[in-house]
Design a protein around this ligand. Structure first.
Ligand code: UTP
Length: 291
């Protein structure tokens, strides 16, 4: 069975929902507690045998490259000041095998994926959207590991899914279910952000994928609609052939590309922190008394 050795993290969007901070800072660099989201994503990938992470960046944005690169002066200073713990924290950022591809124009997700083609070629790849954060607690399987395991067992492309309620179904990709076993669904149809009445199920597709090698080749042949090419068009074909799965996952997903989701993630990570958790808990209790 084919192994998943490559991962793509698209990080070249305009991030308009977070202007003005995203004018100079790509959205995946926004911190949750003390780390940019893109580092949590690389850590999620450490749970699988991915050998190379391709980060798609916008032209001239070198801050992501800097984050994962060396910082000799800072390291020397931390060591001479005896701050070994902080030195180790800084060194952690350099342990990922990252490469960078530039998306000249923010023409959508499919365009971003195509920018990584020279590295991925016709191999299967993991795709992790830069503005979603997946938290896995003690004993949980990280979301991307769950998907890679399913792909390597079945050879079928697979997308993470979660149950949603009420109007929330209209915010996400949605799918029709052909069959289900152990939280893995066989998809027979896809819908992009359906109305509550149109929805085929209560399940939302989220930003973690493992896709077969054929996807890249198919994307290259797609004709633009409204000046954009859409990943959904390729996924539709896979679903029609019975070759697309969706899988439930352990843990919690945060939409850190959205202001409310971003704040929720920060509160949750702060509460889990050994360093400031107690302090923040007391603060939240105090605030709650005033609500
Ligand atoms: P989003 O559509 O959520 O991000 O893309 P956005 O377009 O940057 O944000 P808003 O809606 O204007 O606030 C999901 C992921 O895909 C990347 C984004 O950086 C984000 O991590 N993306 C999106 C690209 O890399 N290139 C694109 O052209 C579009």
């Amino acid at each position: 069975m084919q192994k998943v050795k490559k991962a793509i993290i698209p990080a070249a969007g305009l991030g308009t929902r977070f202007l003005p901070i995203t004018k100079a800072l790509p959205k995946p660099m926004l911190p949750v507690l003390d780390k940019p989201n893109i580092q949590y994503i690389c850590e999620e990938l450490s749970s699988v045998g991915v050998e190379e992470i391709i980060i798609v960046v916008s032209p001239g944005s070198d801050v992501i490259e800097k984050h994962f690169g060396p910082a000799e002066d800072l390291e020397k200073r931390l060591l001479s000041d005896g701050k070994t713990k902080l030195y180790e924290i800084e060194r952690e950022t350099q342990k990922f095998n990252v490469r960078f591809a530039v998306q000249k124009e923010a023409n959508g997700l499919a365009g971003a994926i195509l920018c990584a083609e020279e590295y991925v070629k016709d191999e299967p790849f993991a795709l992790l959207l830069g503005d979603e954060l997946m938290y896995a607690g003690e004993g949980d399987t990280p979301c991307i590991k769950r998907l890679v395991d399913i792909f390597e067992q079945t050879g079928k492309s697979v997308i993470a899914t979660m149950e949603v309620f009420g109007d929330d179904v209209s915010k996400y990709g949605n799918f029709g279910i052909k069959s289900e076993k152990d939280g893995v669904f066989e998809i027979n149809q896809l819908l992009e952000k359906p109305s509550v009445n149109e929805a085929l199920s209560n399940y939302a597709l989220i930003g973690r994928y493992v896709l077969c090698g054929e996807v890249m080749a198919k994307l290259k042949t797609l004709k633009p609609r409204n000046n954009e090419i859409y990943l959904t068009d390729v996924l539709d074909e896979l679903a029609a052939k019975g070759e697309l799965l969706a899988a439930l996952f352990d843990g919690v997903r945060y939409d850190v590309g959205d202001k409310a989701g971003y704040i929720k993630a920060n509160v949750a990570y702060a509460l889990r922190s050994k360093e400031i958790g107690e302090d923040i808990k007391e603060y939240i209790k105090e605030l709650a008394r005033q609500l």
